[in-house]
Design a protein around this ligand. Sequence first.
Ligand code: GDP
Length: 439
Amino acid sequence: TFTVAIVGRANVGKSTLFNKLVGRRLALVHDTPGVTRDRREAPGSLGQLSFTVIDTAGIESGDKESLQARMAQQTMAGVEDADVCLFMFDAREGVVTADEIVAQLLRKAGKPVIAVANKCEARFNQGGEAWALGFGEPIQISAEHNIGFADLIEALAPFAEKSESDEAAEEDESNKPLRLAIVGRPNVGKSSLFNCLLGSERALTGPEAGITRDAIAVRWEAEGREILLHDTAGLRRKARVAGNTLEEMSVGSTLEAVQFADCVVVVIDALQAFEKQDLTIADLIEREGRAVVFAINKYDIVPNRAGLISKMREKLDQSLPQLAGAPMIATSATTGEGIDRLLPAVLAADKAWNTRVPTATLNRFLEQALQRHAPPAISGRRVKIRYMTQPKSRPPTFALFGNQLKALPDSYIRYLTNGLRETFHLEGAPLRLLLRGGK
Ligand code: GDP
């Protein structure tokens, strides 16, 4: 489950909402005189959503410094533990100094913030000021009269989804074998590398220790991790008659291998690199959302080795920017060069593919990215980016919430995607960025 903190100055209606979310029993606790109001936490629900609610202390009027100090102690502790904060203000009074102080602290905390305008049972006429706080269009509710809860549910739902998928993922990812496939166009050296990787030809030709008969994969352990290497009939047969390249890997078997795999090694012929067919294969992997490592093979016969990899990088960045930065290893199946670096690169790409960025970290990234380079105005209206979550990994998938996001130009999306890739070391994993919300 996830945790929601209700944050705001005193008297905006935090406790009323808290009580609505938590239910009657705790409401009584609150009504007891003398109850310390520093922080209350209880299981809550709204519609189908269940979560933990934290009611943080409000700030009373007073001088700025002591307010800040009190906020820092009481409220920030609650915010720290939250996955999402509801920044609540009183729509009838509009945004006052105390609200601004709260907003400022929330921005510093880097958590996703949903602005909530309370006491909207009659009319909400302070929209302009609320927008200026930087949390996007406020959700209009009346905690007391149960108005606007459907919108609140909609805004909170992504956090429930995320926590569910987190929990499910943690369960089934614990020590699953890494599924690996080797693909590439004919004659680049797939079978030879397959052989090399397994360490010995004996493993493929003899009565096969460690190889499951008739299975489509070879199973072995490397670097403390169990590896399942996809073994198409073609690769296996060819491996037995080394040097014979009659069998070719068809598009169908490439797709099959890619769909089998978590991580795919794309074998590229160093002397004929990134030809159309190579790009088709890499593009397929990108679309299927698999982790990828490039093996630049036949390194032994490259006449001019200096700068080979950086030249390859340039080609990749140009033709497949979505896979920019993917690990690239120069290999030779003939001399064995570089083979020992292949699995570590695969493990790194797989790690990137499985990465989960905590919501707070993600929103700190987002805030900085927005500061450095604000989204452009589209036909006079500002695109509002509110927060970001990572609903899933494998491949890392991020969801951006705000208004008018569909209007964001590709260049801005690329700016965010590149930033995510570099900041969180996601090289080798294709990234997904979902645009959500907004009328
Ligand atoms: P596949 O069709 O991609 O499976 O390619 P193969 O593994 O059958 O290799 C095709 C040809 O390239 C064979 O003659 C191999 O001996 C040769 N080959 C594979 N890897 C290397 C390498 O790293 N260096 C050199 N010089 N030749 C290689």
